[in-house]
Design a protein around this ligand. Structure first.
Ligand SMILES: [Zn+2]
Length: 146
């Protein structure tokens, strides 16, 4: 049986805006971004998000790997640890808000396997504890025409 990826990934990072969300381009804290899926709701599952600025292909690999498990019937919730994404560590899912909806953010531990709530968690891994809006360095203000 052929498996088909029937969700999309929006890449919102420095210089790239998300068309569907209506998000305008803003500047992210260095090391942060907002990649997220749309379309897992059809499986009765929250969408997924990654906010650490890994190469886009790597982010897509992680989101699609978890998405395919959801398609296969897995149901994840906040606090779940997911094995098999990396050889040497688990990733964890936490609930965060993304453009007015709740998503499950994939939290990747640093190289010492420390998660963001650990005060020693290294940059930029510690950024994963921030609400999505806080990942923006300088929220741009709409221009006022007067
Ligand atoms: Zn989006």
């Amino acid at each position: 049986m052929k498996r088909k990826i029937d969700w999309i990934i929006h890449a919102v990072s420095n210089g790239i805006a998300c068309a569907d969300c209506g998000k305008i381009e803003k500047s992210f804290i260095p090391g942060a971004c907002n990649f997220h899926t749309h379309g897992l709701a059809k499986y009765g599952h929250p969408d997924l998000q990654i906010v650490i600025e890994y190469p886009p292909q790597e982010i897509a690999r992680i989101l699609n790997t978890i998405g395919l498990r959801v398609q296969d019937g897995a149901r994840f919730s906040a606090g779940d640890l997911i094995q098999g994404i990396y050889e040497d560590c688990d990733v964890r899912l936490d609930t965060f808000e993304e453009t007015g909806r709740n998503v499950l953010r994939v939290i990747i531990p640093d190289k010492f396997n420390r998660y963001p709530e650990d005060p020693n968690c290294e940059y930029p891994y510690n950024l994963q504890a921030f609400p999505t809006e806080m990942l923006l360095d300088a929220p741009s203000q709409p221009m006022t025409m007067s």
